[in-house]
Write a protein of this length. Structure first.
Lengths: 285, 561
């Protein structure tokens, strides 16, 4: 169950690319008095001397079966998510298991004090699923650059050129993952409505514009600010914001999305196309 | 149980009086609209969110007008209430945090809950907070605040009511019993282990003398439904959604017992109840670890991502149907199942209808769990290799998270999510909010032991091809009509309400509450109130039909004069 997944996703009408975590609400910031409670119980840091003793004993007695990071090893389960370990404070629940053995686990002859030290060591590991510190950078470059060049020609070349708008793209975006995410949906996170790319994205994404044609033939054009079934708001060339009432098809509203071609391609790519194309684009320095 | 007659039903309540009434248990067994109340999460046990009320209908909905609006302020500060003035705050709780909470992480205070209406009083909640409010003008009657130990404060889905008592789950895993008349605490009991990183958001469901609870967990702890005694809060039975010991059924669908016991399948959105069979029918959450495939979870992972039917008297499983064997995208199947009696392929059936976060729609026979239909409602969904002979959606393993990235729709938020769907027997249509979003799923944990919980994946959203209000004909699984929300955004969407006035109400992505023709999707009325944060509700008060919506920390009540 993802946290974000439970959000109602009350998104403002335009931005809403469903960011990495499933579309976070665009609610106003929390009130000033808001103090967030801890999501999970937090353990006070242990005395380094205790941790050192605990680590040494763990290394000798526990490491082989439960793994050096306590996430499981040869036959022994992950201790970090164990109900018993999670509810243990200073070894009081762990001790009987260690001293008596349980199931396939033999009893281990260490003292109650040593068990407390081991418990402190086990409790010093971060316990959580979403853990940025474990996100080791792995190379995503598994594709075939030559095949990627072909893919570029068939899928991208009608709008883009590696000697034109994409010249030196791999020098501007040196992280292959950022490059891949960026070419798939330029503008940071993709399709976030009006406005250029955010967060200093090197891709120059023009704003979403809209044309509003009144029944009398008068037209207004400009940057799309917001739209729903009942109104449309734009900012015209001289910076004036205008809002029009909508009544079904009147006035006629046409949205011009500069990323439409990118969106239209999403159902068409294979993962192989994507990986090949990225492997090609990293060569465009 | 006391059986005080429902005074509203007898018409004895005089306008202007405020006093809490006990909930007559017979009200809970009636279809929505047959009484004046909204007494449980979905309005009634069938979870159709269909009211037989039709005072507001297609002809006059354009005259719907604001009756009142009111704001509630979570926290211990007291006298928060906006327009009607606040009430003194009653404080409880085991923790020390004076956090005003109320909202989700990163979010402001928000009513993401069903609001009960019993005897002219509204009972509503946010995480750590419960209120009673006069349904005639939004005036606050009492406010209860729970000092928390912590836990994920993402939302609270509402209160349960039994006689004179209200029940609320807290993010730090207690259930609190409150006196509906005063807001004073009667007792609180622990329902899950906070140390194990459970957090509790579900609206308790009251069936007979059972209070059904469920919890969430983003580590790897097992999911369960626990039934409590309404007088004492003591457990009556616990049904685990994953095998917990040797010999438990379904253990063969896991790589190891340890994997099964840490396999999640949490139950965090209420199900539906069939009073004829005494079956509580509910969807279960994803298996854990969510995105990685250690040997310990090799197999189908029963009963995660399933619709399960549990006998409410015994806590025993009657049947199950697993929609997604071995889910790898954190697509919980907790979206509310809807119970419908009707014709299917020439035969009268008692059915369950369910639209899943994974982009597919399923119809089952609810007496047996027999599969009747699977169809795809999100055209973008690209993760299924085949729909097998049993109608299960079998994943394409190449669409699991990979190191170089896997382009998948839906995104993690899903083609739909917890915002409740609705079904109208007048139109035969099932209404669901839909989002066709894509994301790149990158695997970041290559350790063969897998990650824990939601770890091991980095997701980059690539935008949405559109978000919709979608009407599905359950007999064919085909889309009858679809309303596309204008603009380029994607949105998991808002919950639904439909009525015998042939209306469909839902918040849209632009901050409007909108009434649609339930048959065609044509827009008939709207009001810009701000982003609607719960599913609209309807009930009768003083002979007038009301429409009620939550908008962040505000409520808006509409009626016809």
């Amino acid at each position: 169950m993802a946290l974000a997944a439970q959000l109602p996703a009350q998104l403002s009408p335009q931005p809403a690319a469903g960011g990495g975590r499933g579309g976070r609400g665009a609610a106003a910031g929390p009130p000033a008095a808001f103090v967030r409670p801890p999501a999970y119980p937090e353990r006070a840091p242990a005395d380094p001397a205790v941790l050192e003793r605990g680590k040494a004993i763990y290394g000798v007695q526990c490491n082989f079966c439960h793994g050096s990071d306590a996430r499981g090893g040869e036959g022994g389960p992950n201790l970090l998510r164990s109900e018993l370990v999670l509810n243990d404070d200073k070894g009081e629940l762990i001790a009987p298991v260690v001293q008596n053995g349980r199931g396939e686990m033999p009893k281990i002859s260490i003292t109650r004090e040593q068990i407390s030290d081991v418990a402190a060591y086990i409790h010093s590991f971060k316990v959580g699923g979403y853990d940025v510190s474990r996100m080791v950078p792995l190379s995503i470059l598994v594709g075939d650059a030559k095949a990627g060049e072909q893919t570029f020609k068939t899928m991208c070349a009608s709008c883009h050129s590696v000697t034109g708008d994409l010249k030196g793209i791999a020098s501007k975006i040196t992280d292959p993952k950022a490059l891949q995410n960026g070419w798939l949906m330029p503008g940071g996170g993709g399709g976030r409505g009006p406005g250029p790319g955010r967060g200093g994205s090197p891709f120059n994404v023009p704003p979403v514009t809209v044309t509003v044609s009144m029944a009398n033939g008068k037209k207004s054009e400009g940057r799309l600010v917001r739209i729903d079934d009942f109104i449309v708001t734009l900012t015209d060339a001289d910076g004036t914001q205008k809002t029009f009432r909508r009544d079904g098809d009147v006035p006629k509203v046409e949205i011009h999305d500069p990323l439409k071609a990118h969106k239209d391609l999403l159902p068409k790519y294979s993962d192989k196309d994507i990986h090949n194309l990225t492997s090609y684009l990293v060569t465009i320095k | 149980m006391k059986t005080i007659p429902n005074l509203l039903l007898t018409g004895a309540l005089l306008a202007g009086q405020i006093f809490a009434q006990a909930l007559d248990p017979s009200v809970l067994t009636k279809p929505l609209g047959a009484t004046d109340a909204w007494p449980t999460y979905s309005g009634d046990y069938s979870a159709k969110r269909y009211s037989s009320l039709k005072q507001i209908n297609q002809t006059n909905v354009k005259n719907l007008t604001l009756a009142w609006t009111s704001r509630v302020t979570p926290g211990p500060g007291g006298r928060g209430g906006g327009f009607g003035g606040g009430a003194p705050v009653i404080i409880g709780g085991e923790g020390s945090a004076d956090a005003a909470a109320g909202g989700g992480f990163g979010g402001a205070a928000s009513i993401r809950a069903s609001i009960l209406q019993v005897g002219g009083i509204l009972y509503l909640s946010m995480p750590d907070n419960a209120w009673a409010v006069d349904a005639r003008d939004g005036h606050e009657i009492w406010h209860y605040f729970w000092k928390t130990k912590g836990g994920t404060h993402i939302g609270n889905r509402g209160l349960g009511m039994w006689g004179n008592w209200l029940y609320m789950e807290t993010p730090d895993d207690y259930i609190v019993c409150l006196d509906a008349a005063t807001g004073k605490e009667r007792w609180h009991k622990e329902i899950a282990g906070f140390n194990q990183q459970y957090f509790s958001t579900m609206s308790p469901i009251v069936i007979g003398n059972h209070i059904l609870t469920g919890t969430g967990n983003d580590l790897d702890e097992p999911g369960y439904i626990r039934s409590l005694d309404p007088e004492t809060g003591d457990p009556q039975w616990t049904f685990y959604t994953v095998p917990m010991k040797k010999g438990d059924p379904g253990l063969e669908t896991w790589g190891s017992l340890d994997g099964a016991k840490h396999g999640a399948g949490n139950v965090w959105i209420p199900g539906a109840y069939d009073p004829d069979t005494h079956l509580y029918i509910v969807g279960t959450g994803n298996p854990s670890p969510a995105y990685t495939n250690p040997q310990s979870r090799e197999g189908d992972n029963l009963y995660t991502c399933s619709i399960i039917a549990v006998n409410v008297d015994t806590g025993k499983l009657a049947w199950y149907y697993q929609l997604n064997p071995h889910d790898t995208h954190d697509w919980d199947s907790t979206e509310t199942p809807i119970l419908v009696d009707g014709e299917f392929k020439g035969k009268q059936r008692k059915m369950v209808l369910h639209a899943d976060r994974n982009g597919y729609f399923y119809v089952l026979d609810r007496l047996t769990g027999e599969h009747l239909l699977t169809s795809k409602f999100s055209e973008a969904a690209n993760w299924v290799k085949e729909v097998n002979a049993k109608g299960q959606t079998i994943r394409d393993v190449s669409k699991d998270s990979t190191v170089p990235g896997s382009l998948v729709s839906p995104n993690n938020g899903g083609a739909t999510n917890w915002p409740p769907p609705a079904y109208s027997p007048d139109t035969g249509l099932f209404y669901v909010p839909q989002n066709d979003a894509y994301a790149m799923y990158y695997l970041t944990e290559t350790d063969p032991r897998g990650a824990m919980g939601l770890g091991g994946k980095d997701e980059t959203g690539l935008g949405s091809l559109g978000s919709f209000l979608t009407a599905i004909d359950y007999k064919t699984g085909k889309i009858a009509w679809r309303h596309r929300y204008p603009g380029l955004g994607g949105n998991v969407g808002n919950g639904m309400l439909t009525t015998a006035g042939r209306l469909l109400f839902a918040g849209d992505a632009g901050g409007n509450i909108v009434a649609y023709d339930a048959g065609t999707g044509k827009i008939l009325w709207h009001s810009h109130v701000g982003n609607v944060s719960n599913a609209p509700e309807t009930y009768t008060l003083d002979g007038h039909q009301y429409l009620l919506v939550g908008v962040g920390d505000q409520m808006f009540a509409f009626t016809l004069y």
